[in-house]
Design a protein around this ligand. Sequence first.
Ligand code: SAM
Length: 224
Amino acid sequence: MLPEMVEVWQETLNWQPTESQHQQFQRLYAGILAGNRQLNLTRITQPDEFWEKHLWDSLRGVASLLSGEEKPLNIIDIGTGAGFPGLPVAIALPSSSVTLLDSTRKKITFLDSLIPQLAIPNATTVLGRAEKVGQQRQHHQRYDIALVRAVGSASACADYALPFVKSGGLGILYRGHWSEDQTDELKGKVESLGGAIASVESFTTPISHSIRHCLYLRVPIRLG
Ligand SMILES: C[S@@+](CC[C@H](N)C(=O)[O-])C[C@H]1O[C@@H](n2cnc3c(N)ncnc32)[C@H](O)[C@@H]1O
């Protein structure tokens, strides 16, 4: 069973799951544990660790969207693996559409069986490589937000994410340790892709106090 962590959600993200969202998180945890018996999906299986690294960390990247009235957004999670950060985001933002993209067929097959069990009607999957799918008409510059966690270097993640992002939208890169020098190094890359580094947020996770960063890459509003 996952811990409820009501106060921690509230204090750290100014948000807490409803009872039905908490049940969806429980079903997600059970589904990942069951999937892990056949597939090597994640090393993170203990309840507290799963809560922190898969649920809380996934939602920390979109914290600013959680409180207040939800605006329906088109979101893609690139290299989603077993569904992170995309599935917790789809549960927390039920008015938004979340596309889960991965290049590994067995991961997408797993997600296709998991999504109906979790009753998440706003999540769908796409099988393919980000470099290719991001150039397809139905995906190119179609998303308000592109999320990328643990898929490669920051430069590669920016390369994957920004082609999906529409004018005025955001690429969100989930990183561990990060330095100002790395921001300076990434700046040219992001600008060559037509974006800008809007902000870098640094935080510690609530249980293990691990250091994390989120990089917010803005695609400017294109005129004309
Ligand atoms: C280390 S896992 C991270 C999974 C998840 N984002 C997380 O944080 O738990 C990386 C995933 O990215 C996928 N991947 C790697 N390169 C990719 C690409 N070019 N396009 C789409 N998916 C890719 C892999 O198949 C794998 O499932």
